[in-house]
Every structure is written in C-alpha cells, then in structure tokens.
Design a protein around this ligand. Structure first.
Ligand SMILES: Nc1nc2c(ncn2[C@@H]2O[C@H](COP(=O)(O)OP(=O)(O)OP(=O)(O)O)[C@@H](O)[C@H]2O)c(=O)[nH]1
Ligand SMILES: [Mg+2]
Length: 305
C-alpha cells in the first residue's frame, strides 16, 4: 500500500541545448536512460523517465533543447518540446551556469520563460545547473535575480554531473504533483520500448565518434529487432539498423577507410546495447543516403518526427 502522502505527476525538463537536461534525468533515475554528449542538440525526441521513491512517482519528460529552427527537423524537435510542456503538470527550466563574464545566458532565459514557459501556464521551478562550474556568491546572486525576474514557485542550484543538491529538486517538485497514487508499477524506468533506446545508443556513439556536421546529418532507424526466444538464452538477438545520411561524401566518412570507422561505431554501440538488454546481440548496420532528409516532412514523419 502507498503512504497517504504519495504524489505523482508529469514534469517537463526544458532549456537550451547542452543545459544538462538528459544528464539530470539520468542522475535522478540513477540509470543511463537518455543519451548525453558534449555536443548540443543531442536529444531529438521526448524521453520519458520515471523516478520512484517511497513518497513520489515523478514522470519526467526530457525534451530537445530550444534553439532557432534552421530546418524542418528542428521545427519537429521544437514541436516535441512544446507538446511535452502541454503534457506536464510542472515545468523545470534548467538554466546552466557558464564560465566567462556572464554567469548565465540572460537573453536566452528571457526567451525561454516568456515564449515557452509562460504560454504553457504551468507552475515553474528553476534549477540552476552546472553549479560545480562556479564558486563564491554568484550562486545566491543569480538565484535572487531569477527569483525576481522569473517569479518561479521555487528555485535551486544543483549539479547534474556531480549529483550535488539533486534531492532538493525532488523535494520542491513533490508538493506540486497533482495525483495521490502512482500511474506506473514501481519497477518501470521508461515508457519507451527497448528498440527506441537501441537507436538512441547508436546515435550517441555517432555524436561521440564523428565530428563536424556528421552527427547532425544522420538519423538512425531500427529496421529489425528480433526478440530472442526465451527457451534459447544463448541465441543472439538480431538487430538491423540503418544510418541515414544526406550525401555520398557523408556515407564515405561514416564507413571510413576499409570500413574501419563503421566497425568502431558498431563495436561501441553493441557493447552498450548488450548492457541495456542484458543479453548478447548481433548488430547489423547499413548506411543509406536520403538526400536532404532533414528538410523533407514525409521522411521526417517516417522517422517518428
Ligand atoms: N560541469 C558540468 N557539466 C554538466 C552538468 N550537467 C551536464 N553537463 C555536461 O553538459 C553536456 C550536455 O549535457 P546533456 O545532458 O546532453 O545536455 P542536454 O540539455 O540534454 O542537451 P540537448 O539534448 O542537446 O538538449 C555534457 O557534456 C554533460 O556532461 C553539470 O552539472 N556540470
Ligand atoms: Mg538531452
């Protein structure tokens, strides 16, 4: 039986690309669910992660970072963020500290609050992330400034990277959740299927292993995911994926001399997919050219955007 003071609801994490939204989700879940890379625009779709403790169930919606859209893909990513804000009961705006003359990006925060958070009409919490990057009075100064300018229900500084102060975030979210019983069983971490995360792992490795435009010009499609028969635990699971690129020159970079780059990608991805699934897999990757896929609505739709 759940304690009578139980709270449950949906919380959207929003912010700039690279703010640390996915890192924070993973830290709260104590599980690597959402992919994280040092490059902006890593997350392209909504990732649902479910946080459990004995007094709460927080259904966290990790969203694509808000940017100026340059092509149809970006428009779709922003629509995913907009929809997540509508689906949420509470919004956590994740604002990272930055090194340099300005402690945070004031211009972006104004846009974030006025154009994204306010229209959604939900209670606003502000989490100042990357507090490990700054020292001295700047943390309390920024908290004070943003309390006055943005009028959030609550504000806290934390570090998703080190885990410092993340429990405090749970404490300020909990009283704002509308439901008094859980929506999901307590052993469920996400509502997305395994095959979605298989594609995400491959995308993460592309972001980490390839430079310049390559990560942004690629998409991963899981074509086949043949579940293993339970009565034969040694049989490898077959996963067939396509990496979509825009041009032949990108395909050549993707594959590399003698196939070396693609092999390295496949090895890195397979290792992590096996950790996720807890069983051996046979991973086949094909590289396909779809000119200008990021601009074509029908292709984007078929890739789930
Ligand atoms: N120093 C520091 N780095 C952090 C912190 N949180 C996240 N990062 C780093 O910031 C980078 C971006 O993190 P992500 O979690 O991918 O950021 P995101 O907001 O999900 O980015 P998009 O998916 O592109 O919108 C990674 O290199 C993280 O390791 C933090 O608290 N401190
Ligand atoms: Mg992310």
């Amino acid at each position: 039986m759940q304690p009578s003071s139980f709270s449950c609801g949906h919380v959207a994490f929003v912010g700039a690309p690279n703010a640390g939204k996915s890192t924070l989700l993973n830290r709260l879940l104590d599980h690597k669910l959402s992919i994280v890379t040092p490059k902006p625009q890593t997350t392209r779709k909504k990732i649902t992660g479910i946080f459990h403790d004995d007094r709460s169930q927080i259904i966290i919606l990790d969203t694509p970072g808000i940017m100026d859209p340059k092509q149809a893909l970006h428009e779709s990513m922003l629509e995913i963020t907009r929809r997540s804000l509508r689906e949420s009961d509470v919004i956590v705006a994740l604002i990272p500290f930055q090194k340099g003359t300005e402690p945070y990006d004031r211009k972006f925060v104004e846009e974030l609050i006025n154009q994204w958070v306010r229209p959604a009409g939900k209670p606003l919490l502000i989490a100042l992330n990357k507090s490990d990057l700054v020292t001295g009075p700047v943390i309390s100064e920024v908290q004070l400034e943003l309390s006055e300018t943005c009028k959030p229900v609550a504000i806290t500084a934390l570090s998703a990277l080190t885990g410092n102060n993340i429990q405090k975030l749970v404490e300020i979210i909990r009283p704002l959740l509308p439901l008094d019983e859980p929506l999901y069983p307590d052993d469920i971490l996400s509502t997305e299927p395994e095959r979605f995360f298989v594609g995400e792992i491959i995308r993460e490795k592309i972001f980490l292993l390839y430079g310049r435009e390559i990560p942004y010009s690629t998409e991963v499609v899981v074509d086949e995911f043949r579940e293993q028969h339970e009565d034969d635990p040694r049989r490898k699971e077959l996963i067939r994926c396509s990496i979509i690129v825009e041009r032949n020159s990108q395909k050549q970079i993707m594959v590399g001399a003698g196939g070396a780059a693609l092999k390295k990608l496949g090895q890195a991805a397979r290792k992590e997919i096996e950790e996720l699934l807890g069983r051996p897999v046979f991973l086949e990757i094909f590289v396909k050219i779809r000119p200008d896929w990021r601009k074509k609505k029908n292709l984007l739709k078929s890739y789930g955007y």
